[in-house]
Design a binder for this molecule. Sequence first.
Ligand code: NAG
Ligand code: NAG
Ligand code: NAG
Length: 352
Amino acid sequence: MLSTISPRKCHIHALAALVTLTAGSFFLHVLTNGPPYRSDSHGYLESIKETYSYYRRHRQRVNPLDFTYPIPGTDICRDGAPFFLILVISLHSRRAERDAIRSTWGSISRGKHWPRGPAGSLPPDTPPNLITKVVFLFGKHSNNSYNRELLHESAQYNDVVQANFTENYRNLTLKVLMGLKWALKQCAEAEFILKVDDDTFVNVPMMVDYVISRDYWEKTIMGFINYKPFPFRYYTKWQVSWEEYPYFRYPSYVSGNIYLFLSLTAHDLMDAAEYLPYVSMEDVYITGILAEVVRMKYHPIPRKLYNQKERATVCELATNKRIASHSITAPLHYNVWRAMLDKTCSGAEKLL
Ligand SMILES: *[C@@H]1O[C@H](CO)[C@@H](O)[C@H](O)[C@H]1NC(C)=O
Ligand SMILES: *[C@@H]1O[C@H](CO)[C@@H](O)[C@H](O)[C@H]1NC(C)=O
Ligand SMILES: *[C@@H]1O[C@H](CO)[C@@H](O)[C@H](O)[C@H]1NC(C)=O
């Protein structure tokens, strides 16, 4: 059979093979390295970018963010613009965690003073309630009695915002976008927006000091940076399908436990949010995809001040060695606060 192929045909076959191989390896390159980035200035990468157009704003809204607000929180920032607006992600059922935050680090939002002197290097006469406002974000629970309880809670504390999307892990991105949208409308004069989960302890004065001591916050996101990780494609709560996110790797992004940026930055991000397809991983979408599109920079939170891999001890938090920690349960919030008030931390490491 081989003898029947002419030399000319053989050439064509070889050429075809070469083309296939080149195209194939290029495609493989794009797949394994993720989408083309700004630093790749090659024309052909640009053309791939055109084709995929993932990291570009669509002309039409592909992710409409139209909400009504059963709990609109219109009074929350009425007494003035806070330095930090702290958006706390919570669930209806986690009332104990919210109450712990309200009576501990979040209490300065309600006019209490921080146990160890004034809050950071803001002018000492800054009223505590203008240092920070703590706001808890919600969608609608499928069990309406939870929604009714939330209404009472809001009447009591005036620190709740609820929008009309269904509360659900896959709607988490929606929840944070809703919070940012709310913030830009109802608390527009806030200087910084800090997003945390309700198992986070924040040393507010330390955070104030840290932020004030640097002046490069324009178009910058601070947090723990993940460098182009692979998505989970399997059955975990972080699972993302190929339809939802069509690349082998995520862009670099900041972990969702805690991140911070200027209100102005939130503005830039929200300008793009309705024009990019939805991804249910909130931190990937907001601090990765949107950030990529509007060309944000990152500022890594110093490892010794916040360790993404490890919960801080009560003592580290109480003696200002850490700026924040995740995995802080309701009882631990109180433990840290008590240690701060008593100024007795020797041996308190054992509290954990
Ligand atoms: C709804 O939530 C309440 C608590 O808020 C609970 O007592 C009740 O059993 C729940 N109902 C359903 C159908 O899950
Ligand atoms: C929420 O309200 C908006 C505005 O009325 C509406 O367009 C949207 O469909 C509602 N969403 C849900 C999930 O009900
Ligand atoms: C939220 O999640 C549920 C269930 O996954 C879905 O049906 C709903 O459309 C989502 N979006 C909104 C706006 O509620």
